[in-house]
Design a protein around this ligand. Structure first.
Ligand code: 1CP
Length: 354
């Protein structure tokens, strides 16, 4: 495996697996593990009317990051922030309406791109780096700290539409009609993400995840241009500067196109979405990278035998290579705490029954 020795020698199981080690009981964390399914999160979140203010408060964001570690003892903490802090730092105001998701001033015409800053203003993101600094000294010695950003395509879908969309139609149309301008936006997001992740690493994160939540809507050639190449560019730039950091790509819902990421030596791990074919992933991905995933968040919400069966199937299929247990997408706010506890018990008990 790639660039692995420092990761392999870490005392943190999550980092060892990113270095290519197979562990009989895989490390576990859950996408969106800090958030609304936790009563203690709802409690502190209710003190802040505005979600962006909450993200930019190091005290609150630090507490939200630590909460799931304190409660469940996951093997990794992910810094509490959002992928949309980058548009904010590029001058596009972001707000969150209660229950409605993000709102940005949409970019409908190429000329409107001029309103964005030419270089990301990292001073706006300073609170995120301060959060990282606070969190790192509070984590148990075996818990890794993950930083993140959205992949350029996924961030661009929100910047163009001004809100979340089911099929990312506004960004897809914008990209078809204004290829050069869309390329400029993607390039700006690549540079911004490299600068942002670099500062997160300097502040203390040990791995970074690049979330391409909306990669799955594009035809293969568009996927190559707008998702794969920009993500690889970010990963290679980060790898050149930080040889020992773990890098995970999460191209959601791209099927077998996920194998395009393993050719990139900079990438240590690929996140699998709920629908990924595990036999294929074990054969095609796991010899080159660690895989992370992929329990259906609805199976976790349901709990019981369906959850147990699916969890054991994942553990079984991915047992011969490096695997980090996770969901196939973010945990749902309605998920009972007891189901998360049961999931962790099943994953940690697996070694003794396998
Ligand atoms: O008031 C609230 O609590 C708002 C809910 C919320 C939370 C808890 C939002 C708004 N963002 C977050 C935190 C967040 N977002 C984290 C850190 C917490 C953790 O993981 O433990 C992370 C990693 C994200 C990443 C994120 N934000 C993604 C990529 C991952 C994914 O889920 O696909 C995306 C697409 C977003 C955008 C976003 N932010 C928030 C919402 C509701 C959305 C989705 C909007 C839509 O419907 O398209």
């Amino acid at each position: 495996m790639k660039n692995a020795s420092v990761l392999l020698n870490s005392k943190k199981p999550f980092l060892q697996v990113l270095g290519g080690k197979r562990l009989s009981s895989p490390p576990i964390w859950l996408m969106r593990q800090a958030g609304r399914y936790l009563p203690e999160y709802r409690e502190i979140r209710s003190k802040s009317a505005n979600f962006m203010d909450f993200c930019f408060s190091p005290k609150m964001a630090c507490e939200a990051t630590i909460q799931p570690i304190r409660r469940f003892g996951f093997d990794a903490a992910i810094i509490f922030s959002d992928i949309l802090v980058i548009p904010e730092a590029l001058g596009q105001t972001v707000s969150f309406e209660a229950g409605e998701g993000p709102r940005l001033e949409p970019i409908s015409e190429p000329g409107e791109l001029k309103q964005l800053k030419e270089v990301v203003d990292l001073s706006i993101l300073e609170p995120v780096f301060e959060t990282i600094d606070r969190v790192k000294s509070l984590l148990p010695g075996t818990t890794a700290l993950i930083g993140f950003c959205g992949a350029p395509w996924t961030v661009a879908t929100y910047m163009i539409a001004g809100h979340g969309t089911p099929d990312q139609r506004p960004a897809r149309l914008f990209a078809y009609k204004n290829i050069e301008y869309f390329q400029k936006l993607i390039d700006l997001l690549v540079d911004s993400s490299i600068a942002y992740l670099s500062r997160q690493i300097e502040a203390g994160v040990e791995a970074v995840q690049i979330f391409d939540s909306w990669a799955g809507v594009l035809p293969a050639c568009e996927f190559n241009r707008w998702c794969l190449k920009p993500t690889i560019k970010i990963a290679e730039a980060i790898r050149a500067k930080y040889p020992d950091v773990g890098i995970i790509a999460f191209p959601r819902a791209v099927g077998s196109l996920a194998d395009s990421y393993v050719a990139c030596d900079a990438i240590n791990g690929v996140g699998l979405d709920t629908a990924a074919d595990l036999k294929w992933a074990a054969k095609t991905l796991q010899s080159r990278v660690a895989v992370q995933g992929n329990l259906d968040p609805l199976a976790l919400l349901s709990g019981g035998q369906s959850m147990q069966r699916q969890t054991e199937e994942i553990l079984q299929q991915l047992r011969n290579g490096p695997h980090i247990f996770n969901l196939g997408h973010g945990i749902l706010p309605e998920t009972p705490i007891s189901h998360v506890e049961e999931l962790i018990r099943i994953v940690r008990h697996w070694e003794t029954v396998a």
